[in-house]
Design a protein around this ligand. Structure first.
Ligand code: AGP
Length: 612
């Protein structure tokens, strides 16, 4: 996610802002910028692509920027490539309004058209520039009142934002506003601060203030004032931050992985909102038209690791809904297999980092064959994103933990959306089914949240098995895909040997490994396969296995077979992966914690495998 920091007080602003931004680097970013002024100077803006050091070098560690008032930003690109031009702060053409933003303006295209009609032009590809010029529009139209201009803009904007704004005509003042994106304000004697997160200002103050959605804060030297959406002044109480710096970077969570597991509802919601508007899927802005979809004869999904597991789930979903042949392959195999692909085929590369060497090579292999390529990527401007013919971005935000969770969940959403759109275009589902599927997708964030509320029960069970020698995951159909991801999470962060098996395959050899007390986790979310998998669970139970069942709410008869059961909320059978994976992520996490391992940086692993 982007990071924002600002300051106004007795000191020079630039060094404080750069220091604050450096404490937010863990949030991930691809460019940075800063705007500084004095009470009688114009606003000076400096931006740089790449690491924060580039910006610091450009400003001689902030020394060349004179002024006691400023705002700064580290950008994690969501709209518009990583570049100096797209970096924040953004400004109106006369630099009357200058702002930084963390979040996603969902209706920025609509607002951009409105502003175009009112004579505005745009220099960047960002949604933030649209927000800045919307504020400028209202500021000029309604006689230059900053609070009023921001309030009117908030009424029009749909999406999430933590905004910080400086107005040329209002020296000595910074205005902040938010909806859903995090922001805190701080006050220490004559010095006032704002930031996306505590670490940026913890060095200067532990007295922080929180503003609610659609509220505004006004920062002046030694003074904070708060307003509601009607422009009325409101009172806020200070909160004292108790965290140390390390805890602060993880927003109070013990590890980035558990923090990112909890960010899944937002990652799913933001990703869904990026491709669905007004209840309909809109893929035209990536250039995937209905005519082009009609022309696709087969799909090859190519990826590595967890991204490959998304592909395995997507194969079942797309084939069941759209009835198009789908083959899913490991990139490291695809790239050397001389694949046979129909000329009207589509190759989909799934990759969180967009830099995985095998996946990039597979993309290049497909392109060398003249096959159309689509990438599902989480990092804007990454190699795979740039080289694929088309790219659909997941909006999971930067993922710090090596073990992927929220990016995996966001990739699933994109694959469901493709399946539904392909099914509609190919007339395999009617309008009613189309709408009901999209409606159901919208319920997933809340259902994931409900699962997270039950995490202590998973934690209790996980610690009982933290000394296991082997852990098996079994399932059929989509439940097999879920088992693959559950097993990978387990082994990559707990170092316990684990295998995922198609439940019907156990009797062909692997069942010989099951001994007294071996933990076998049965995944049973596919109702039509439920009884079959129960039979497989009874097979392993008769050989001494300890059974955990993971199934849909309502299948309570599983408790006659399984020793421990966890349930997921009911959802459409095509989407159960998004829910069932949560308890399995938690299982791996809690066992790793119980074993005292480095959950976020497991041995021998890298977040992005950029070598073969
Ligand atoms: C999953 O938890 C692992 N970190 C790993 O399997 C990962 O999914 C794989 O390396 C693919 O990475 P990518 O999505 O960045 O291409």
């Amino acid at each position: 996610m982007c990071g924002i920091v600002g300051y106004i007080g007795n000191e020079q602003a630039a060094p404080i802002i750069l220091e604050g931004l450096s404490k937010l680097e863990y949030r991930g970013y691809d460019s940075a910028g800063i705007a500084v002024r004095d009470s009688n100077s114009d606003i000076e803006i400096v931006k740089a692509k790449g690491r924060l050091k580039a910006l610091s070098d450009k400003t001689n560690e902030g020394q060349t920027l004179i002024g006691n008032c400023g705002i700064g930003h580290t950008r994690w690109a969501t709209h518009g490539e990583p570049s100096e031009e797209n970096a924040h702060p953004h400004c109106s053409d006369d630099c009357c309004v200058v702002a930084v933003h963390n979040g996603i303006i969902e209706n920025y295209q609509e607002l951009k058209e409105k502003l175009h009609k009112n004579g505005y032009s745009f220099y960047s590809g960002t949604d933030t520039e649209v927000a800045v010029k919307l504020i400028d529009y209202y500021y000029k139209k309604y006689f230059g009142n900053p609070v009023d201009a921001i309030n009117r803009s908030m009424v029009r904007i749909r999406g999430s934002y933590a905004l910080a704004v400086m107005f040329k005509d209002n020296p000595g003042e910074i205005y902040v506003a938010r909806k859903d994106s995090p922001m805190i304000l701080g006050l220490e004697n004559e010095d006032a601060y704002f930031a996306s997160d505590v670490p940026a200002i913890l060095k200067y103050t532990r007295n922080v203030y929180y503003i609610g959605n659609l509220e505004i804060g006004k920062l002046q030297k030694g003074k904070l004032t708060f307003y509601n959406i009607d422009g009325d002044e409101i009172q806020k109480e200070a909160t004292e931050i108790q965290w140390d710096m390390d805890a602060a970077e993880k927003s109070g969570f013990e590890h980035f992985m558990i923090k990112e597991i909890h960010e899944q509802p937002k990652a799913v919601s933001d990703t869904l909102n990026s491709v669905v508007s007004n209840g309909r899927i809109n893929l035209t802005n990536i250039g995937l038209t209905d005519d082009e979809i009609k022309n696709i004869s087969e799909i090859h999904i190519v990826a590595c690791g967890s991204a490959y597991h998304v592909g395995v789930a997507a194969q079942y979903v797309i084939e069941d809904l759209a009835r198009i042949p789908v083959r899913v392959e490991l990139a490291s195999e695809f790239r050397y297999r001389r694949p046979i692909i129909d000329k009207n085929g589509l190759v989909i590369i799934i990759s969180q980092s967009g830099e995985t060497a095998d996946s990039l090579a597979a993309l290049r292999e497909a392109k060398s064959m003249g096959i159309r390529t689509l990438a599902i990527v989480n990092v804007v401007g990454s190699s795979i994103a740039r080289e694929a013919d088309k790219v659909l971005y997941t909006l999971a935000g930067p993922e710090i933990a090596v073990a992927t969770t929220k990016a995996y969940s966001a990739q699933l959403i994109i694959s469901y959306v493709l399946a539904i759109q392909f099914a509609l275009v190919w007339n395999k589902i009617d309008e009613k089914t189309y709408k009901s599927l999209i409606t159901e997708l919208g319920t997933l964030p809340d259902k994931i949240n409900r699962l997270l509320e039950d995490k202590e029960r998973i934690q209790w069970f996980a610690t009982k098995f933290s000394n296991s020698k082997d852990i098996f995951f079994i399932g059929r159909g989509i439940d097999y895909a879920i088992s693959l991801e559950g097993s990978l999470k387990m082994k990559e962060i707990s170092y316990i040997h684990s295998e995922a098996y198609a439940a019907g395959e156990l009797k062909h050899g692997t069942i010989s490994l099951v001994e007294d007390g071996t933990l076998v986790i049965g995944v049973l979310t596919q109702e039509e396969l439920y009884e079959k998998t129960i039979s497989n669970m009874i097979e392993v139970k008769s050989r001494g296995a300890y059974l955990m069942g993971l199934t849909n709410s309502g299948n309570y008869n599983i408790e006659d077979t399984a020793d421990f059961v966890t349930y997921i909320p009911k959802t459409d059978k095509h989407f159960t992966t998004s829910l069932a994976v949560v308890p399995l992520q938690l299982m791996g996490y809690y066992i790793s914690v119980a074993r005292g391992l480095d959950v976020d940086k497991p041995r021998n692993l890298a977040k992005s495998v950029t070598v073969e």
